[in-house]
Each structure stands twice: as C-alpha cells, then as structure tokens.
Design a binder for this molecule. Sequence first.
Ligand code: ARG
Length: 576
Amino acid sequence: MKKLQRAVADKLHEWLEGIAAEEILKLMEIPSDASKGDLSLPCFKLSKMLRKAPQEIAAQLADAINGSMDPQSGIAHAESLSGYLNIYLDSKVITPGVLRDILDSGEGYGSHQEGNGKTIVVDFSSPNVAKPFHVGHLRSTVIGGALVRIFKFMGYECIGINHLGDWGTQFGKLVVAYRQWGDPGRLEQGAIDELLRLYVRFHEEAERRPELEDEARAVFARMEQGDSEMLEQWKWFVELSLSEFNRIYELMGTSFDSITGESFYNDKMGRVITELQDRGLLEEDQGAMLVRLDDYNMSPALMLKQDGSSLYHTRDIAAALYRKDTYQFHKAVYVTDYSQSLHFRQWFKVVELMGYPWADQLVHVPFGRVSLEGTGFSTRKGNIVKLEDLLRQTIAKVHEIIEEKNPSLECKDEVARQVGVGAVIFNDLSANRIKDIVFNWEQALSFEGETGPYVQYTYARICSLLRKGRKVSEVFSGSSNLIEELHLPEPEEYALVKQLSLFPQSVESAAAKMEPSIISRYLVDTAQAFNRFYHHCPVMDAERKLRDSRLLLTEGVRITLYNGLKLIGLQAPERM
Ligand code: ARG
C-alpha cells in the first residue's frame, strides 16, 4: 500500500504545482469507510497554500485524474466530496501486487531497513531482587519484549537489557535480618516469600531498635566496598530470586541480551560523581549529595546518601554512560509504569547538564497500571499477587476450555500454555500503553472478543483450511502462476487484501510511536476481516480458480497473522 500511496502522491504532485510529493503523502489518509475510497486527500491544508477553496482543489484533481486514466496506475477513478479527494483503486492491479509481496517476503513481510546500522537499547522488565515480580513488571516485560522484536524487524540492532534491582540499602537490611531470623529451609522453598517476610520483620523490629538501621547501613557500605563475606550472602539472595523470575520468563518465552542489574554499575559510580563534581553540579545537603533542578521545575536528584552510598539515580546515570560507551546507541529506551516518570525526567536532565549531547536519545516509555478484576488476586498491600500463580491458573483455564471444545487435540499442554500466556500478553496490549487496564479472566480468554485467543483461534482455523486446500490444490506447488490472474470478485475479499497491505505501515507506526498495541489492534482487525471473508465466501466448495485464488489469499492472511503474533510475543498454534 505504501508503494501505491507514493505512486499516487507522485501523480498528484504533477497537478499540484509547488507542493512536494512528500507533503502530499503526509496528508493522505486511508478512509475507515470503504465507500469513501481507498485513499483520501483532505484539501484543507492545501487550500491555505494554494489560496483556493478546498472543494475547488478536490474537484480539479478529480477531473484531472478521471480525464487521464492510465490503466497501469492502479487508480480506478476519483471523486470530490466536501473538500476531500477520494481515490478508488483498481482491485485488479492492487490485489496481485499485495499478495505477491506477502508470498515472496514470507516471514520478512512487514520488515524494514529503516534501522540498518543503528542500535537501540531497551531496558525492560527489571524486577527487584527479593521482592515479588508484580503485574507492573509483567507489563514492562510484555511491552519491552514486543519493542525489542519490533525494532529488530525494523532493521535495528536491538539490545534487550534486564536492569535487575539488585543493589541498594535494602540488601543491607536483608543480610542483617537473615542473620537474626533467617531460615535456610524456608529460603530454599520459596525465596521471595521468605525474603519478603524477613524484610517486613526487619522494619517491625527496627521501630523498637533503631540501631538495626545503622547496622544495615554499615553492611551495605561494606558491600559497596566489595566485602566478600557480605557479597557472598547477597549473591545467594540474587540467585534464588532470579531462579523464580526465570520460571516466569520461561513460561512467557522472554529472553534478554543482557542481564546486568544495578550492582553491575557499583564500580562505575565514581565516574558519575567525579564528573558531576567537575561540572560543579553536586551540592551538599545535610550530608547528602544532590543535583538541584529548580530551574527545570523539578525536585533535586539525590546522588549520594549521607553515608556515601549510591542511589537509584546514580546507578541509572552510570548505566547510561556505560551503555553509550558499549553499544553506541542511537536510542536508549526505558519501559516502566508512569509513576517513575519524574525519576527519568530528573536524571535525563542531569545527563544533559553533564554535557552529554546524546541526552536527547534517552527515552522513557511509560505505561499505565494493571488491575485484576474478578480473579481473586489483588494487588493491595499485604495480599501481593503471585504472578506465576496467575499465569498458571490462566493456562489451567485454557486447558479446561480445550478439554471441552476439542478433547482429541494433540499437545494440549503446550497449546494451553501458548493460549493462556497469549491471553495475558494480549490483554496487556489491548489499549494504548499509557492507559490503565483491567485483567479479567472472562474477557481475556474469550474466543470471540478482541483477544489473543481470538486471533490465535482464527490462525488455527486458517491453518486447518490450508491443510485441506493443499490436499486438492496445486496452487502452492510453486509452478502455479495464478497470482497473475487471481479471481477474487467479492468486496470482502478486496477489503481483506487492503487490510493485509496495511501491515508494514502498522509495524512502522508501532516502532515510531513505541506502541506495540498498534499491532495487536491490527491483528484483531485482520482476524475480523478474514472471518467476514470466510463467512461470505466459500473456499473449498468454490469452482477451481476461485477456490485457488481464495486459498492464496488465505495463505497471505496466515503469513501476516504469523508475523504480527510473533512480533508481540504470541505463539501461533496450528491447531487448537
Ligand atoms: N527495578 C525498578 C522497579 O521495579 C525498575 C527499573 C527500571 N529501569 C531503570 N533503568 N530504572 O521499579
């Protein structure tokens, strides 16, 4: 579609003196109502530039197009309507072009060269050691993981980093608490539960015995200085937590190019402090060191505590300097919920004040909160969601549905995992990322709603249709040149072809806006367009040429859905 839009823009440029084709391309829209044409050019902005009424411009262009018909151009005819130029394309030219493109590109359909030679670093998931992996980390894992795949598809070198929260004074507290009340057996059984219990106990006891706080601070200071005994203990906590996180990553099929937690930057903090001092940015305040940001309407960024230990800001800056040196990134992206927006604005500003011109390549990608409705899980204090339980129960529910709908299915466990996890992922991408969303089992698991299972189920039905098709049709043999003479006369077919042609654009815009939900929306629209087609147009019972044309179209849908599902992190089960 993009190619065609460009060709049409070039053509219009011939008639619109002084307006660049690029400009026309930017103005061009794809009407959501097919009766308003396949492409539409609103002439209101042009009106100012050309000093002519929009209606007049649209009418003149329509006349010009209709008067100079070139059958190769792909344009069927044009109409002017209330200041819009509506262009109707010729489905006989469009359809073979689109399908050829999809079938030739296969798993590359929708990919792009835009990012070639550039690197993007995506910091995502990043749960905290010794604390539960919560729904916010899940959403970061889903959105960040999708961004990594989308950027790679756009041609970028992309590095996904898990910036584990594995450093900070809380680890001093844990070491102290473990020494006094720890229980190795309980720790082996459920590390995060036990560490959480110790953490809570520490705070209770410290109310009565404030000297515990001093002790904890001293322990963390020893850790920062590299005390091996303390570090040994800490390392064990990290490993136990990480093995719990890994179970979730495994279920979800998430991987990272690098797992470098905050502790990795412990020996890289000195540089930050020295540079801040050299620039005269660091100020002392009651023993602590901070950078004032009053001029930018922000509270100060705290860099060192009274006891000299580093903070979240300092570690983020050290990590950014290290990543710039290591990866020479074109962009560094941070995926967290919006409650951390100030934190990122603050330290991005500090990096700018430090004189790094690439500060504007640092991007925070915030997202809204997730609440759990009707699941029996709650995020409220004291009743923390066990995310792994949520995932496993979702999978179990899908298992029940399969047992009921398709009891003879092979590999039920694997399909249930793919669909259960898919439902959770898709739900996280069901709206623009900044919106707060709700997770509700009934909604997320509906095979008819705008859900992951709906798209996956459509995909499985397509695969089943194609299996039947392959048995009787030669169309996939490679020797067929049916594509040159496709017979697809119905409006549902043309609507589906146009929908397929929009995939590359939706990937591009998902990458540009860092908004993977554009792809999940696209997948639902495509599955719906396919189901409308399939409802109106018999495939296997149609006469041969029609049947084969429809099979090719169906294969185009399969490839497109497959590519889209993969980008957002969903598996595409061939049977379910
Ligand atoms: N560990 C943090 C949290 O759970 C998220 C870290 C995000 N990444 C970063 N570079 N600050 O809130």
